[in-house]
Design a protein around this ligand. Structure first.
Ligand code: HEC
Length: 163
């Protein structure tokens, strides 16, 4: 997506509140269009090779099936996937610490841990960009999941302090 395309998309998300700065919330922090464009840049650098340029996943035609090697690939992050079923704290932790695949490489392609390469802010702007793949309804539902999760989970930044 071009920056203009992203601008238009993010602009559309906020129709009806045009006097407000356009932001997307991640873990309680609002990210504006310029920051989301940075997230797009980081996403294309660190995530798109596996999860797809537009979040379509590693095997877009059969995202939830094993391939010939018997493994599941990187899932879609767009509205067809289940990323939006997870709250922000869980998603941040997942990106920082890596996936289930690290302990179960037989069934999964690898999801690396990015906690050493990306700062907390970089992970959050990437997630802000991923949220542009979702519908208004999906974003609203995911915000509820995030709110519920924050009641029971620790702050992700305290799970692995210092890294
Ligand atoms: C080398 C390929 C690869 C790269 C690069 C990669 N992922 Fe993944 N990712 C995977 C695979 C495979 C899975 C599923 C297996 C697992 O969860 O361990 C996954 C799972 C996930 C999940 C959990 C499933 C879901 O949709 O909720 C999230 C979130 C995620 N990745 C985010 C990212 C982000 C953000 C980046 C870039 C910073 C990234 N991944 C880069 C391969 C990758």
């Amino acid at each position: 997506m071009t920056k203009l395309g992203l601008l238009l998309l993010v602009g559309l998300l906020f129709v009806g509140c045009s006097n407000q700065p356009a932001t997307i919330l991640v873990n309680g922090t609002g990210f504006d269009i310029d920051q989301i464009a940075q997230g797009q840049q980081l996403y294309s650098q660190y995530c798109s090779s596996c999860h797809g340029v537009n979040g379509e996943g590693q095997f877009p035609s059969a995202p939830t099936e094993r391939d010939a090697t018997g493994r599941f690939g990187a899932p879609p992050h767009n509205g067809n996937g289940h990323t939006w079923h997870h709250g922000d704290a869980m998603l941040i932790e997942y990106v920082r610490n890596g996936g289930i695949s690290l302990s179960d490489p037989v069934n999964w392609y690898p999801m690396p841990a990015f906690g050493e390469q990306l700062t907390n802010d970089q992970v959050m702007v990437i997630l802000a960009y991923i949220k542009t793949f979702w519908s208004n309804e999906q974003r609203a539902r995911q915000a509820e999941i995030t709110a519920a999760e924050n009641g029971v989970r620790t702050n992700p930044f305290q799970v692995n302090p210092g890294s």
